[in-house]
Design a protein around this ligand. Structure first.
Ligand SMILES: Nc1ncnc2c1ncn2[C@@H]1O[C@H](COP(=O)(O)OP(=O)(O)O)[C@@H](O)[C@H]1O
Ligand SMILES: CC(=O)N[C@@H](CCC(=O)OP(=O)(O)O)C(=O)O
Length: 291
């Protein structure tokens, strides 16, 4: 009994230490705009998803203007497979014909977006789900004829997002944009980067399914803790990155080129990585800074 009480006291002291360490960060981040990109790879496990959304709720309660931009690539591929439709990527971007575009809309806007909104609402902080077509928030132009309806963001109109934030809701944005003749499929990493730029965000966070950027993709011990913009550009140019990490790192460079001062890649599968990154001195993941 005595031992258990001592253990409990130690735990309480540790919790108090954590709060003390967090206090300056809470002060620093109050009122700041944080764009969180939540990727399909880290959204697979519903239990983990609930935990991530709980962390987002906490950021909101601590006074941050939190914007959630989401993907859902795995869910789209699963739907296409069920429909016996091809799943094809070039340089990390999905080849998107008209039928594929319909499936993308159904999965991202109809399913994933509303699941996230519903789950955030369960925490008590009301969320509003939009796609890039709402309020013409994301306007895109085609990337190349071989990719079909894949869009590159040409312009972001942040007014609707700002209205939602000003009314104290959490905007949840599906990475579908409007283009010259209908909807376009935009990589969610690029959408998050463009939204962060348009909102002059203080921080852009990519939640994915790995701890950050590895020097060697096959070695989890090779996590790179921090990179400057120049170093990030040379990694991108080296051609060593593969799969979804290519558009992610390209989006990070674009965000930094356009003035976002801090970008982080975090593992959305490790418990409370968001809180550890924002509220602890050491942080976690890979931090990208201007210099
Ligand atoms: N150098 C690297 N470091 C870390 N991950 C890498 C690297 N190169 C490629 N990857 C791959 O990128 C994946 C993350 O990108 P992606 O699957 O698009 O995530 P998300 O769906 O979260 O956007 C990782 O699971 C990993 O397989
Ligand atoms: C053009 C393009 O590739 N669009 C992506 C959009 C979803 C996405 O980016 O989802 P994740 O963040 O989960 O990977 C796709 O169709 O998969």
């Amino acid at each position: 009994m005595q031992g258990r009480e001592e253990g409990e006291l130690e735990l309480a002291q540790r919790k108090a230490e954590v709060l003390t360490e967090a206090l300056p960060w809470i002060n620093k981040m109050r009122g700041k705009t944080v764009v969180v990109k939540y990727g399909g790879s880290a959204m697979e496990d519903p239990k983990l998803m609930v935990q991530v959304l709980g962390d987002i709720e906490l950021l909101k309660l601590m006074g941050m203007r939190v914007v959630l931009v989401h993907g859902g690539g795995k869910a789209i591929s699963a739907m296409l497979t069920r429909l016996n439709m091809p799943v094809q990527f070039k340089n990390g971007l999905r080849v998107t014909d008209d039928d594929t575009m319909e499936a993308v809309q159904e999965v991202l806007i109809g399913k994933v977006n509303q699941q996230l909104v519903w789950a955030l609402n369960e925490y008590g902080h009301n969320a509003v789900g939009i796609s890039g077509a709402d309020g013409k928030t994301l306007k895109a132009v085609p990337v190349s004829p071989e990719l079909g309806r894949v869009g590159h963001i040409r312009e972001v109109s942040p007014e609707l997002i700002e209205t939602i934030l000003d009314d104290d809701y959490i905007p949840v944005i599906a990475s579908v944009a409007c283009g010259p003749d209908g909807f376009f499929n935009v990589n969610a990493d690029e959408a998050a980067s463009a939204v962060a730029e348009a909102l002059h965000a203080d921080k852009l966070i990519y939640l994915t399914d790995v701890d950050g950027l590895f020097a060697d993709v096959n070695d989890e011990g090779s996590l790179i803790r921090s990179l400057t913009k120049a170093e990030t550009k040379s990694i991108l140019a080296s051609g060593e990155l593969a799969g979804g990490m290519v558009p992610k790192v390209r989006s990070i460079v674009e965000a930094m080129d356009r003035g976002v001062s801090e970008v982080v890649i975090l593992n959305g599968k490790s418990p409370h990585s968001l809180l550890l990154e924002i509220f602890t001195d050491a942080g976690v993941g890979t931090l990208f800074t201007q210099a």
